[in-house]
Ligand binder design. Structure first.
Ligand code: ADP
Ligand code: MG
Length: 431
């Protein structure tokens, strides 16, 4: 073991109390400490924050962390203060601060007290902030949730597009670290290009979740009854059921309740108090099932969710991966069941029809991948991982047997029908 390795382990223990690095963390940190531009792709929960927090705490100067959400920043800053307030401070610079708070933050940066400065992209664009940051020592710049830079990502934010330009103005030789949980090659390419770091050392963790079982069922009129049956067969287990519309969420939650299942609805149309109550009931296991729109799930870390059901197919495979990924966080069983009808794809296409053409084209391409996944007769895990640019060996790969297509291979003639169907749908949507 080299001296730097021993050193990093000590630092990890000292600042965070962990005795082991998770996955690729150590290699990433070495790359950052060695001043390389660095690109980190790890699934949610992979431990991306520590990749920049630890080097920020050891290095001279202040690390700037760009993050899209004020709530996320607050969480991280509180967490960092909780573990290592005696060593250095994390600060936020965004629109939630008043004038005197901003002054205090700037003083702490100038005095070298602030090791981590979290900024929203719109704050970073402000001329007075750029001017200020030009004059202080910056260790590196981390761009968290870097997929926000890409129109192909699930959360495009135009402000992210200016980052490269602003970083250059703050300092020419500042190493840039991009981090994301979105693994599609297109988004990755966009990130590297837009951040101007095509030379970055790239670290990509596997996106395979071997304990998740993937299943697609045709969506018929009996979908509600089918879901109720499934939930009853999984009595007492925690699960999430995603629906596209609020109305559907309410209806299905009621249908479950009527059938003696402990379920609550969750969507953005409910008031904040009810939403928090329902979320807590789920975490505390007063109820078993949350029927929800995609408003539910961000930041919810319930390790023993045993099933995720999609009543409606999601609009991209990224969304599908994120949402199904909430099952089996503890490594235990996680059944991911989605109901699919081509009609639902058409519905999603229709939703987009008011949007700008470029957006529609992207949305359409993403939907076609969903169609491919839902209609395929090959290993779903292989399809999904291929979409994320990852090779998966369907014979020997971890979790290879964990999907409906592998468990019940379709007969040849059925598979042929499917090809015809696929061609037909592609033709139809091209019109
Ligand atoms: P991501 O941003 O990749 O979704 P986070 O940075 O939020 O993931 O980390 C997920 C969880 O993993 C956090 O609870 C964090 O404390 C934990 N974690 C990170 N690194 C380690 C480690 N080396 N050992 C143990 N737990 C870790
Ligand atoms: Mg993160």
């Amino acid at each position: 073991m080299s001296s730097t390795e021993i050193d990093l382990h000590q630092q990890l223990k000292k600042y965070f109390g962990f005795s082991q690095f998770k996955g690729l963390q150590e290699q990433v940190i070495k790359s950052i400490v060695n001043k390389h531009n660095t690109f980190v792709i790890m699934p949610t929960g992979g431990g991306k924050s520590l990749c920049y927090q630890l080097p920020a705490l050891i290095e001279e100067g202040t690390a700037i962390v760009v993050s899209p959400l004020i709530a996320l920043m607050k969480n991280q800053v509180d967490a960092i203060r909780g573990i290592s307030s005696e060593y250095g401070i994390a600060h936020v610079l965004n629109s939630s601060l008043n004038k005197s708070e901003i002054k205090q933050v700037k003083e702490d940066i100038t005095n070298g007290v602030t090791k981590l400065l979290y900024v929203a992209p719109e704050s970073l664009t402000k001329e007075e902030n750029v001017e200020f940051l030009r004059g202080v020592k910056i260790s590196f710049m981390a761009v968290d949730e870097a997929h926000c830079i890409s129109e192909w990502g699930h959360d495009f934010r135009p402000e992210y597009r200016n980052l490269r330009h602003i970083i250059k103005r703050i300092g020419d030789n500042i190493p840039i670290i991009g981090l994301t949980a979105t693994a599609t090659p297109k988004v990755q390419e966009d990130i590297l290009k837009n951040l101007g770091i095509t030379d970055a050392k790239t670290f990509k963790a596997s996106f395979n979740r071997p304990n998740l079982y993937y299943e697609i069922r045709p969506k018929t009129k009996n979908v509600d009854a089918d879901i109720i049956r499934f939930v009853k067969q999984n009595d007492g287990k925690s699960g999430i059921i995603y629906c596209l519309s609020r109305k559907r969420v309410e209806e299905l939650a009621q249908a479950l309740q009527v059938n003696g299942i402990k379920a609550v609805p969750y969507h953005a149309g409910l008031d904040a108090k009810t939403r928090i109550k329902h979320q807590d009931m789920f975490i505390m296991e007063d109820i078993d099932v949350v029927v929800a729109t995609i408003a539910f799930g961000m930041g919810i870390d319930k390790p023993d969710v045993r099933f995720v059901i999609h009543h409606d197919i999601p609009k991209s495979l990224e969304s599908y991966y994120q949402e199904t990924g909430r099952a089996g966080r503890d490594g235990g069983e996680g059944h991911c069941l989605a109901y699919y009808a081509y009609k639902d794809i058409e519905k999603l296409e229709k939703f987009m029809s008011g949007k700008p053409v470029a957006e529609q084209e992207i949305g359409h391409a993403l939907l076609q991948e969903v169609v491919g996944y839902a209609e395929t007769s090959m290993s779903r895990r292989k399809f999904l991982l291929h979409y994320f640019g990852e090779h998966f060996d369907e014979k020997t790969g971890e979790g290879a047997s964990m999907d409906d297509n592998v468990q019940n291979p379709k007969k040849k003639h059925e598979a042929k029908d499917e090809v015809v169907l696929l061609l037909k749908t592609v033709k139809e949507t091209k019109q």
